[in-house]
Design a protein. Sequence first.
Lengths: 286, 125
Amino acid sequence: MARLTAVLATTHHPFYLKATTAPPEERMPQADEWQQKVEAYRATLTAAEPDILVMVGSDHFHQFFYDNYPTFLIGKQAKYDATFYNEEREFGIPKYVLDGDEDLSGFMLQGLLDRGFDFSVSHELKIDHSIICPIITTRPQADLPVVPIYTNIFAPPLPSPKRFWDLGRAIREIIDAYPTDKKIAAVGSGHLSLELGGPRQFHETGPDPVFDRQAIEWLSEGNIDAILENVTMESMSKAGNATHGFLDLILMMGIAGPEKASYVDSLDLFHTMEMYMTWYPEGDPR
Amino acid sequence: MSKYYVNKFLFTVDRDPKLLAQYKSDPAGLVAMWEKEIGPALGQGGNAVEFTTVHSLTDEERRALVEHDYVALFEMGAHFFLNLTIMIALYDEEFMKRSGPLSFQIEMAKKLSHWKGREYPSIQI
């Protein structure tokens, strides 16, 4: 059976690459600290020596739109293009072609259907920055096959926090049951409090630093009960209009289970708090 | 009101550099062309035969799109990500030259500041 050697839950900040590769005269003051934190976080994935990455993200109206926006979708392809024109334009993120793992995608899809998660499947999926940002931060050589899973945290109405948790639990069962000698890591990205296109965007801190600290504490302790008691669509909206990306972090904790994280770090950046969290289901290999 | 159609406009124009350039240089012309040729193509287009005949912009939606009126678009419930991204594409560079990084985004936030502490217009369709 497969070994799940690491689960990573992180915020994704599309400007990381630009900020840390800018010429010295344009480099933002926090770039060095940001880069150090990201490289330390990267080492938590490297230490798990994964062979395959199960990746969780959400399409930001790059491929999918309101004409048919999937609630949950998995890609099943041998290769995936990544990065859209408007992401290159705005964020300076380069294009990639990632290898896929069709066998695990198929096994995952069937396993999800068997467990009551009626996923959509795409055979022409182009990956956006919700998956490429964590590739850039945690596996910049982009050399591992991926199984991309998309959720709807973006076009309401959204599935409930409980549904995201349950989906994470189902993904964990399926990974544990996958017949292979390979080591799998799950890497997913989302957000803490975030405001985009509203009056609280791009302030000195994220829109709700109190929520951010609380959310990190809940996740790092595996405290799903507190999350399900306190986090609702309304409470996330109050913390910032794009805070619903937190649902994908709940999903990642679902893959890890109600366990304490082995690695927890954060960075207070302009307009957002970044979070870097890793669980080691088999124990810490470092 | 057609939140869907307003979002379809923002989505289809933002992802096409030629349409985006026209939206900057001749917004009224681009909006008129879009309503005739791009909006009616079913879904994301790509087929010259299948059309949607059931969506249209209201006068106020058309005005807001022609005038790049992101406050009105926010108040109509246009999706925040589309509204922000396309306006950054149109204005970020000139604001940056004039007033430095993120100055457009900060101005946008200021112009929406009357919504602070209130429930925002719903983006749900």
